[in-house]
Write a protein that binds this ligand. Structure first.
Ligand SMILES: NC(=O)C1=CN([C@@H]2O[C@H](COP(=O)(O)OP(=O)(O)OC[C@H]3O[C@@H](n4cnc5c(N)ncnc54)[C@H](OP(=O)(O)O)[C@@H]3O)[C@@H](O)[C@H]2O)C=CC1
Ligand SMILES: CC(=O)[C@@H](O)[C@H](O)COP(=O)(O)O
Ligand SMILES: [Mn+2]
Length: 385
């Protein structure tokens, strides 16, 4: 039977790659519902090709424009409620959660509660609300399958293994575009330089997170929740080639790794076809041509965001939510050209240090912490502009 997909963020980098996987396997997957932000052109093309039953965009005007431009009738919705309607569409069995940022949490949680299997790209969902999300998934008996390349690698390495025999996991990090830059040069980094990821083609927000290494910090927290590991069992290793996507070390010292060319279609398809594998058209990895792989320790002095994420994750409560909310505001401002690159770590650091942590927060308390973090980040940015 075909898997029936709802896709949040269908016009983004992960969304487009997801639909390419569907295109390669029309006998395996069917598109039921799509949600996007403002990219009318791309959504029109997707609706014409995949004929979803429901589409949503961030505004009514945008989705009405799509409706007018497509050849067959399609039901439309919009805004935050539209995201949840798409995520919980009764005909869909599987949600690809690929919005960017904290707006992914609510619809992903709703899909879990509606019993959908989740293919999770939106790491912010687990950073903000990991405890609640994992608890709800357990209650609903729902699988959360990682799409993030490192977590997919770990998931693949853990297949048929006993989780209690894991000593630690090692998340590989490219080091981003500033990997070899001295601190003074990083301080003057431009938007274009931050978006110039050495190995992966991704959306703007995650590209900036990779440049600050906050992405790896968010991934440490994501791994904590997905694999139930303590923070001292999660290590980060700089691996400039991004060929080894991550590793698991077992109690006997054996290391398993997943390798491949940097292509998100591989982890996306693994999450969609799980537990089977399907053929995929992708560039094969030529190890002879590659010749060598390189590794080094991350430099936490040049990239303090990684340490901040470890600390926030370990402290728990509402701190990871604050880390995430302040980071989103600071990255958005940097992308708009309104502040220098190091302001990201300053704003996040300031918000974390001022926050009064709430232990075991409920959903309302998480939303309040997120609101507070954003407000605090905006104040910090205003003070320094
Ligand atoms: N890209 C990658 O290779 C990887 C991404 N991830 C994670 O996956 C998630 C998505 O990343 P990525 O695909 O790169 O991001 P993109 O910026 O490329 O795409 C984001 C998607 O979210 C949509 N969106 C934005 N704002 C809204 C809104 N207000 N309402 C509805 N939809 C909205 C965009 O719509 P529109 O374009 O129409 O405005 C787009 O479809 C992130 O959490 C990221 O960390 C994880 C691993 C790898
Ligand atoms: C493709 C993917 O999963 C990204 O999260 C990627 O890992 C970012 O690269 P960095 O290793 O530079 O953060
Ligand atoms: Mn990743």
């Amino acid at each position: 039977m075909k898997k029936r997909l709802a896709v949040l963020g269908s016009t983004g980098s992960i969304g487009i790659n997801t639909l390419e996987v569907v295109r390669q396997h029309p006998d395996q997957f069917e598109v039921i519902a799509l949600a996007a932000g403002g990219n009318v052109e791309e959504l029109v093309k997707q609706v014409e090709e995949f004929k979803p039953k429901l589409i949503s965009m961030s505004s009514k005007d945008a989705v009405e424009e799509v409706k007018l431009r497509v050849s067959d009738p399609v039901r439309t919705t919009y805004g935050e409620e539209g995201l949840t309607e798409v995520a919980t569409h009764p005909d869909a069995t599987y949600l690809v959660s690929a919005l960017v940022g904290s707006r992914g949490l609510v619809p992903t949680l709703a899909a879990i509660q509606a019993g959908k299997t989740i293919g999770l790209a939106n790491k912010e969902t687990l950073v903000m609300g990991g405890a609640i999300v994992m608890e709800e998934a357990k209650k609903a008996g729902v699988d959360i399958l990682p799409i993030d390349s490192e977590h997919s690698a770990i998931h693949q390495c853990l297949h048929r293994e006993n989780p209690s025999q894991v000593r630690r996991i090692i998340l590989t990090a490219s080091g981003g575009p500033f990997r070899d830059w001295p601190r003074e040069k990083i301080e003057d980094a431009t938007r274009e330089e931050a978006l110039n990821h050495p190995n992966w083609s991704m959306g703007a927000k995650i590209s900036v997170d990779s440049a600050s290494m906050m992405n790896k910090g968010l991934e440490v927290i994501e791994a904590h929740w997905l694999f139930g590991l303590s923070y001292d069992q999660i290590d980060v290793l700089i691996h400039p080639e991004s060929i080894i996507h991550s590793l698991v070390e077992f109690v006997d010292g054996a290391l398993l790794a997943e390798l491949g060319t940097p292509d998100m279609k591989v982890p996306i398809q693994y999450a969609l076809s799980n537990p089977e594998r399907l053929p995929l058209r992708t560039d094969p990895l030529d190890l002879v041509k590659l010749g060598a792989l390189h590794f080094r320790e991350p430099d936490l002095k040049r990239f303090p965001c990684l340490q901040m994420a470890y600390d926030a994750g370990q402290a728990g409560g509402t701190l990871p939510t604050v880390l995430n909310g302040a980071n989103e505001v600071a990255v958005e401002r940097f992308l708009q050209g309104g502040s220098p690159f190091p302001m990201i770590e300053e704003v996040v650091g300031e918000a974390l240090s001022r926050h009064k942590v709430v232990r075991d927060p409920n959903l309302e308390e998480l939303f309040e912490a997120d609101r507070w973090a954003r407000e605090t980040a905006r104040q910090c940015l205003k003070k320094t502009s």
